[in-house]
Ligand binder design. Structure first.
Ligand SMILES: O=C(O)CCC(=O)C1=CC=C[C@@H](O)[C@@H]1C(=O)O
Ligand SMILES: [Mg+2]
Length: 360
């Protein structure tokens, strides 16, 4: 485990280095609205408290793009997601340095007896040592015993050599996190993602974990993707690694800059996107100079419908840039029509798009 206090930070690079790609193109609002298709996709299981995922698919001159900021996010957040969509549909995505990306299975906070069924939907690597799962924990209404039972079951199904990470979405206090991670650590965790809500708590947790000899690295997710200053995590030595999502961070190029400036290992994860948004995540993971971890880009498995005929599901635990690019080209008009949102939701999304565009 890294000792709190170490880790490089190169804040200056974020502001001084711009990627070597053409300047951002901003489409007119009328073009965006004309390019927009609003869909409501059913999910297989409840995740993030929802059973349907709404998204706006945008047909840009450079290909399909997705804009799907979570409904509870404000217009400022939503405008950052729009920058990501513009990069995909109207701009250029930074070039890949690898063609394959390892992908983890994502296990929602379900009862332990449902774990095997969820994992069965993932085509994981044949070699148990190359399998990774992320397990949601600390969900409201559940107990630590429920979490321990779920993670224990994931360990049983995937085998001793598999990597298991947990994600608490900031729900634990520092004391809760210490107690929970002390119980979960014997199951050999790869890391704990956003165990506590604030950067201060994450930093304190790292110190106290090191002091008590509980060897669980800490990853920051919300502290990066929802933060005004995504570099604070690194500056405050609040995490061992960072989780980055293309859309919430304003696109692939911007996410690469943030990872570079943080100077910490990165994991790319989805924002519960359709296969089009997942393709952007694959392109981000493929463009990272260094990628030591499997990425949370297998969430097409959580959707019961998608906008492409061949959803971007991992094969043998991997996704490739070829399949990602094909998914972006393969949006099916019949799916857009079949899952078109209600008139009321469509108006809501178009109004939101208008407001987000005004902020760019
Ligand atoms: O990282 C993964 O395995 C899948 C993606 C995932 O967990 C998430 C996607 C979108 C919103 C989040 O609540 C959640 C996360 O917190 O990482
Ligand atoms: Mg997370």
């Amino acid at each position: 485990m890294r000792i709190p206090g170490d880790g490089p930070l190169t804040t200056a690079r974020l502001v001084t280095t711009r990627p070597a790609y053409p300047d951002r193109v901003l489409p007119d609002l009328a073009d965006l609205l004309a390019a927009a298709h609003v869909v409501t996709l059913p999910m297989r299981v409840r995740f993030r408290g929802v059973t349907e995922r709404e998204a706006v698919l945008l047909r840009g001159p450079r290909g399909w793009a997705e804009w799907a900021p979570f409904p509870e996010y404000d217009d400022h957040d939503a405008s950052r997601w729009l920058e990501a969509a513009v990069e995909l549909g109207w701009g250029e995505v930074p070039p890949p340095v690898r063609t394959e990306v390892g992908v983890n299975a994502t296990v929602p906070a379900l009862a332990a007896d449902q774990v095997e069924g969820v994992l069965a939907r993932y085509d994981l690597a044949a070699d148990p040592a190359r399998r990774t799962a992320k397990v949601k924990v600390a969900e409201r209404g559940q107990t630590l015993d429920d979490d321990v039972a779920r993670v224990t079951e994931v360990r049983r199904v995937l085998g001793q050599e598999a990597r298991i990470r947990v994600d608490a979405n900031g729900a634990w206090s520092v004391d809760d996190a210490l107690a929970a991670l002390a119980r979960l650590a014997p199951l050999h965790l790869e890391y704990a993602e956003q165990p506590c809500a604030t950067v201060e708590e994450l930093a304190e947790l790292r110190v106290r974990l090191a002091r008590t000899g509980v060897d669980v690295p800490v990853a920051a997710d919300e502290s990066i993707r929802r933060a005004e200053d995504p570099l604070r995590v690194a500056r405050e030595h609040a995490a061992d690694l960072v989780v980055v999502k293309a859309a919430p961070l304003g696109g692939v190029a911007r996410a690469l800059e943030i990872v570079d400036a943080c100077g910490l290992p990165a994991v790319v994860s989805s924002a519960l996107d359709t296969s089009v948004g997942l393709a952007a995540g694959v392109r981000l993971a493929a463009a990272l100079p260094r990628l030591d971890h499997d990425c949370g880009l297998g969430t097409a498995a959580l959707l019961a419908a998608d906008v492409v005929p061949d959803p971007l599901l991992p094969h043998a635990g991997t996704l490739t840039t070829d399949r990602a690019d094909a998914a972006r080209d393969g949006v099916d008009p019949a799916s857009l029509a079949a899952y078109r949102s209600s008139a009321e939701r469509e108006t809501w999304w178009r109004d939101r798009l208008t407001r987000a565009h005004a902020l760019l």
